[in-house]
Ligand binder design. Structure first.
Ligand code: SF4
Ligand code: SF4
Length: 179
């Protein structure tokens, strides 16, 4: 048969030697490779009991920030949603009522704020777009789940604890990255 190219190679089909027929040398060689790995440092960790040290630029789940008095910073301006390349953010704005000054920093606030974690690519553009320092990406991983709906995070999941009422939970959620 005529070859299509000149790159074809003829494969030799030498008869196997006695040792090759026994397979013992190659089995011994393979076992040597396997046992050699037993004494090497394991590349795996027992998550979630053990955790890797993340890179300083690791981006995890978003946090909706409060100011030092515990008021929500978000004004529902929508800039984060516009900047989001994955269209993962939705919100509904509401007007602050008299007497709610200790809850919301500005006259307008996000009555509903949701991020779909299945869409999010953790690019950080929402954080960069926000003029109010109201959202940032923390060092916390999004926990796994079997239910798709549970990956739509609302204010209940995203809002940082109150710094004056729950200082310990606030410090934990804030981590090293909050400002
Ligand atoms: S991190 Fe990126 S993809 Fe995720 S919500 Fe923010 S802008 Fe959208
Ligand atoms: S998080 Fe920031 S950018 Fe997004 S709506 Fe609130 S204030 Fe605007």
């Amino acid at each position: 048969m005529q070859a299509l190219t000149s790159r074809a190679k003829v494969v030799g089909r030498k008869p196997m030697t006695f040792l090759e027929k026994l397979y013992i040398p190659v089995i011994a060689k393979a076992m040597g490779i396997t046992f050699g790995h037993i004494f090497k440092k394991k590349p795996t960790v027992s998550y979630p009991e053990q955790r890797r040290t993340f890179s300083p630029v690791f981006r995890g789940v978003q946090v909706l920030n409060r100011d030092e008095e515990g008021r929500e910073r978000c004004t529902a301006c929508g800039l984060c949603a516009v900047a989001c390349p994955a269209e993962a953010i939705t919100m509904e704005a509401a007007e602050r009522l008299p007497g709610e000054e200790d809850l919301y920093k500005e006259e307008k606030y996000a009555a509903r704020y949701e991020i779909n974690m299945l869409r999010c690519i953790f690019c950080g553009l929402c954080e960069e777009a926000c003029p109010k320092d109201a959202v940032y990406l923390s060092e916390t991983l999004v926990p796994s789940n079997f239910n798709r709906e549970s990956f739509v995070y609302g204010k209940k999941e995203l809002l940082i604890p109150h710094p004056l009422k729950e200082p310990e939970a606030y410090a934990r959620a804030r981590g090293e990255r909050g400002s």
